[in-house]
Ligand binder design. Structure first.
Ligand code: RB5
Length: 145
């Protein structure tokens, strides 16, 4: 499995925590930054991770900011990308099973590190169910044009 991860200054602690766990599990993780507490603009990170997940050989992406909201809004502006802002494990599972999300977005100021990690595990452990859910995902993508 290969995962792209990125965070703004509001999400670097979760990024390190999640990245370390995934790496220990033998998962290949590409870190798109940021790596300091210096303020950066979350759309820049969302664009880098979103385009990489869309265009390259990643299984999924993880984006973290203070709330997860800015990252999800920005990532969903990238053509072809479905990003889900999640704060619980059930939503993370559904984001993959039903919505076939490419990316989950987490908020470090909202969700504690251990729950964030469980959310990541829930997301990466699931598969899209296809069938009627594919029809709906196709309709989402048709809205995008
Ligand atoms: C940065 O202060 C903050 O706005 C950002 O991390 C995120 O919460 C935006 O949605």
């Amino acid at each position: 499995m290969k995962i792209a991860i990125g965070a703004d200054h509001g999400g670097i602690n979760h990024k390190t925590y999640i990245k370390n766990y995934l790496t220990e599990q033998g998962i290949e993780v590409t870190d798109f930054g940021t790596n300091t507490t210096e303020s950066v603009d979350y759309p820049d990170i969302a664009l880098a991770v979103g385009t990489a997940v869309r265009d390259e050989d990643y299984d999924c992406g993880i984006l973290i900011c203070g709330t997860g909201i800015g990252m999800s809004i920005a990532a969903n502006k990238i053509h072809g990308v479905r990003a889900a802002h999640v704060t619980d494990c059930y939503s993370a599972k559904m984001a993959k099973q039903h919505n076939d999300a490419h990316i989950i977005c987490l908020g470090e100021r909202i969700t504690g590190p251990d729950l964030a990690l469980e959310i990541v595990k829930s997301f990466i452990g699931e598969k899209h169910l296809g069938g009627r859910h594919s029809n709906r995902v196709n309709k989402i993508m048709a809205i995008e044009g």
